[in-house]
Design a protein around this ligand. Sequence first.
Ligand code: ZN
Length: 381
Amino acid sequence: MKLFSQEQIENLSKFKSESFLTTSFYLNTDKSRMTKKEITLSFKNLLTNGRSQLDMREMSRKKKESLSQDLDKIGLFWSKHLSSYNFPGLAIFSCNSEDFWQLFNLPTPPRNRIIFDQNPYVRPLSAILGEYYRIFALTFDRREAKWYDIFMGEILLLENLIGDVPSKVREGGWKGYESKRIERHIATHLHDYFKKIAQRTFELFKKNHFDWLFLGCREKYCSDFEPLLHPYLKNRLKGWLKAMPSDSPTTVLKESLGLEKKLKKQEENEIVHRLVSELEKGGLATSGLIKTLRSLNRGEVQTLVTTRYFSKPGRICPKCHFLFVDEPCCPSCQRKTDPLVDVIDEAVEAAMDKNCGVRHIISPSKLDRYGKIGAFLRYKT
Ligand SMILES: [Zn+2]
């Protein structure tokens, strides 16, 4: 199934077996960045890694067998579906002896990993979901209003409302007195109708909780309508669409996604701008891989800011889990460090573990000039 809600994740994490462990399997299947051959290779490596983890771990034969069957089943699934699988990521949760199997198609690639634990390991799912905004698109004219819910590139019509605003001013009346009266009458109607739309939007917001509100209406209505919105909604109003209620959902979606992309880029620019000015004044920020890892190891990081798809090999201390670019021995406990294929990925993971924020910035950006990675700090030592 497609990953789309926090509720799915909550349901998944409720699963627990008294007598067996669960396999959580994540695979980066992004065909826009990797060939089929590369994906198959990382899939095989991951499964081999899973099997050697199983060999090394102490547990009852029954438990081990169930996990080994999970791996067989995942292997079988992948060999059947490799060619036709067209999502950037795959997550599978399996506990064969309890007949438990759940599969998620992911909209962004996860880090490859296999984990055996009591519960399904769901944190990467939450991280993926957390990167998407829930958008409400409201289109209206004097005849009709339509509310759409847009999330993860999909659009759903929530509701529509037919207005009862009289459509035109009839000519006539003594010295135009009559038509003026009708105009006023229409204006009142229109105002009431807008009020109704604004109220309904707030009710829908309380039910569905969206992050951003986009409005599509004629320009002349904007200034009348906006003041009617609840302050919560005014804060979330992020832009205006050209779309009208008569437009198809596809058109509304296309316009909304265009606006979303622009707003996200703006937001990213603001973050980088804030980081750079903090760095320049010597405030609570750091940049560059070595310094950022050092701050992360020391627990100083508040928000990690990294360029998306930036990847570098590195090292990890097996005891303290400190991350390094090239320390052969951990300066803290003197143990020999282990090599890592991608230390950025580990850094993101470590940041999430420590409840730090993580922001991904799309390159090119100003962050490129600061070593592609940096962080806002809680304090500096
Ligand atoms: Zn150490």
